[in-house]
Design a protein around this ligand. Structure first.
Ligand code: AMP
Ligand code: ZN
Length: 665
């Protein structure tokens, strides 16, 4: 890959993760992996200043201000921290500082890096006047009323505090309170919260401050900013803040060398598990404030501070039992049922074991003590066995040979890591799974019918496959649990209305293995109707763009099956769409075959969505960003100037809406 493209794609990826993490509070990558990628980008950008971009993720702290709280500009910017992962990283950092400070003796203060929501609180004449979230570092949300409800935040200070200053800290939700909140939620039939960090930051944005007061939040402080505070060192800052009434954790150390810093890091890498709240590293700061001033800031972070990130959290626990789940396609997933254990702030009871090879690789057995780790993913994984704890009478795991649900023998084909139950038509979770897939939102999107009802209908012997849905009557479903007159009517109506769903989605709904949404679209366009598709052989299928032999053989197999043929002919008789619509047929051409087209701006005669559809029905591909592979940029009104500049610099033809439509017709 070209350096420039590599930088662009890293930026794009990090932006995406940033958005998911900061704006949507929904992490899509582990912090550790994110930081590695960010470092990679930083290194590339440092080497290639010619590709500078003022909106690069390396140049901003992350996050966009949302919700209806007032936006407030910070008195002083809230910076991010650079990350380090080794002693060498710390030594390099020390060397960089020495180039600025000369041979002055540098002292370090080590603090824990609390994992919560950062906050800046302004005090005037000893009174709390405002609390603001970090936001994008320059401005955040005014959450004063909510922060005031946190018991450990002083509303009135004591001692010799300066007349005006900001104090920074982290709002956290300690494990115990978090577990208690979740226990209550589960009791009330609500889903438990994912982790303390997200819950803490979510709490700050609650509209009702009384609800915030109910939450066991805590606020840990670490930094005072402002003029004439009289503070000369970080260590003194921590002491003063404690004196004035702030909660400043006692776990901190004044160090005289990076060796001492590493001692602290190593001690707390394991010691943190005894702390009441979550931490994700150590923050090392230059002690002397005068040194701090001399060192100053980069565009993103102070040069005088460095975060040392802990590795992903790991715990060990007992594996009580291995059970097996059967998926919609008959795939078997082994599941480790664990002695409940707290990991990264959540109680873990189950972990996926993926497949037989995974179990064999680690030699995982029932009764073992296993190491469990949580990265960015929601389901934790087992990363090893503590062999010192293996019971004397332990026996190797024998992978099941028969389906736990229907007791038919399992099959494992060459090159596939998974075992399958191939009792396609007799295995209950496969039968219901297929029907549930059929009715799902992206497939037939049947209103008034949910997954639990499908299970019920199957249990009551009212349906055996998805074609049976179309003959259900109100009288049949009314006796079901939790069904009322109205809901029964809605169910039947929802099913009846689904016959209008277009062919490509019906094809997806059939649940042919490996035929996802995109493949279904491709097949629908290539064959135009189900009869042609049903007659296609593997050779013809592979000739379709992006269809490989794996998909091809799965399609052929599906349509060769007598039961499937019968179900399809029944569905036809109920009026489902098995051909492309007239309109789709008419507009379909190959005019844009192989071309990637980017659409930008506002259009007059067609909407953006329609335009994209036109591109696709004419065989083209819609691109999201301009690259050297872009064939055309279709420019509407109010198109972003950066897109135009980029297209011009790459010599990509820019066409107007009218010109584009002419090209097609
Ligand atoms: P990051 O978001 O990884 O760049 O880390 C910077 C954030 O770490 C700051 O905005 C703080 O919210 C947080 N943090 C947690 N503990 C500390 C601490 N002891 N000193 C400084 N920052 C901290
Ligand atoms: Zn089965």
């Amino acid at each position: 890959m070209q350096i420039k493209e590599q930088i662009e794609s890293l930026r794009q990826e990090l932006r995406e993760h940033n958005h998911n993490y900061y704006v949507l509070d929904n992490a899509t990558i582990s912090d550790y992996e994110f930081d590695i990628k960010l470092k990679e980008l930083q290194a590339l950008e440092a080497k290639h200043p010619e590709f500078y971009d003022a909106s690069s993720p390396t140049l901003r702290v992350g996050g966009t201000v949302t919700k209806n709280f007032d936006t407030v500009v910070h008195n002083e910017r809230m910076y991010s921290l650079d990350n380090s992962y080794s002693k060498e990283d710390l030594e390099d950092w020390e060397k960089r500082m020495q180039r600025i400070l000369g041979d002055a003796q540098v002292e370090f203060v080590c603090e824990l890096k609390y994992d919560g929501a950062s906050i800046s609180i302004t005090y005037e004449n000893g009174q709390l006047v405002r609390a603001v979230t970090r936001g994008d570092g320059f401005q955040g949300d005014d959450v004063t009323t909510n922060v005031k409800t946190i018991k450990s935040v002083p509303l009135q200070l004591k001692g010799d505090y300066p007349p005006k200053f900001d104090i920074r800290g982290e709002i956290v939700l300690p494990f115990e309170g978090f577990a208690q909140m979740n226990a209550e939620r589960i009791e009330n039939g609500e889903d438990p919260y994912m982790n303390p960090r997200n819950t803490a930051s979510g709490s700050l944005k609650l509209q009702d401050s009384a609800a915030v007061a109910q939450r066991p939040l805590d606020c840990l402080l670490y930094s005072i900013v402002g003029q004439n505070t009289g503070i000369t060192s970080q260590w003194q800052m921590l002491e003063k803040a404690r004196e004035w009434g702030f909660k400043v954790p006692e776990v901190a150390k004044l160090c005289h060398s990076t060796d001492e810093v590493m001692d602290f890091v190593n001690q707390w890498d394991s010691g943190r598990h005894t702390l009441p709240y979550e931490t994700d590293g150590v923050v090392v700061k230059v002690n002397n404030i005068q040194h701090q001033d001399e060192l100053g800031f980069t565009s993103k972070s102070p040069r005088w501070a460095m975060a040392y990130k802990f590795k992903a959290e790991q715990v060990s626990t007992l594996l009580n039992e291995i059970t097996y789940q059967v998926g919609r396609t008959g795939s078997i997933t082994p599941v480790a049922n664990l002695e409940p254990v707290l990991l990264a702030g959540t109680t873990v009871k189950r972990a996926s074991l993926h497949n037989a090879d995974q179990i064999a690789k680690f030699d995982i057995r029932e009764g073992d003590t296993v190491f469990v780790e949580k990265g960015g993913e929601i389901i934790p994984k087992i990363v090893g066995v503590d062999f010192t704890k293996r019971p004397q009478d332990s026996k190797p795991t024998e992978y099941i040979t028969h389906c736990p649900e229907c007791h038919e023998p399992l099959v494992r084909t060459e090159g596939d890591a998974k075992h399958y139950c191939v009792n396609y038509y007799g295995c209950p979770p496969q039968i219901t799974g297929r029907i549930q897939h059929f009715i799902s939102r992206k497939a037939m999107d049947i209103e008034g019918l949910g997954s639990e009802t499908v299970e019920l209908l199957y249990k009551e012997d009212l349906i055996q496959n998805y074609a049976d849905l179309y003959t259900l009557t109100k009288e049949q479903v009314l006796p079901l649990e939790r069904m009322a007159e109205k809901s029964a009517e809605n169910l039947v109506k929802g099913v009846a209305e689904s016959v209008k769903i277009p062919f490509e989605r019906v094809l997806f709904a059939l649940g042919i293995r490996f035929v996802g949404e995109t493949v279904a679209k491709k097949l629908a366009r290539a064959y135009k109707n189900i009869d042609a598709l049903m007659m296609a052989n593997e050779e013809s299928l592979i000739a379709v763009d992006e269809i490989g032999s794996r998909i091809a053989s799965s399609v052929v197999e599906f349509f060769n099956n007598e039961t499937n043929k019968e179900i399809i002919s029944r569905l036809k008789s109920y009026g489902l769409q098995f051909t492309l619509s007239e309109e789709q047929l008419e507009n379909q051409t190959d005019k844009l075959k192989g071309l990637t087209i980017v659409v930008s701006g506002v259009f007059e005669t067609v909407s953006r969505t329609e335009l994209k559809k036109i591109i696709e029905t004419n065989g083209g591909k819609v691109g999201s960003s301009i690259s050297s592979k872009t064939a055309y940029l279709v420019a509407g009104d109010k198109m972003g100037p950066s897109k135009r500049t980029k297209a011009e610099s790459l010599n990509i033809p820019i066409v107007t809406e009218a010109e584009f439509l002419e090209m097609i017709n």
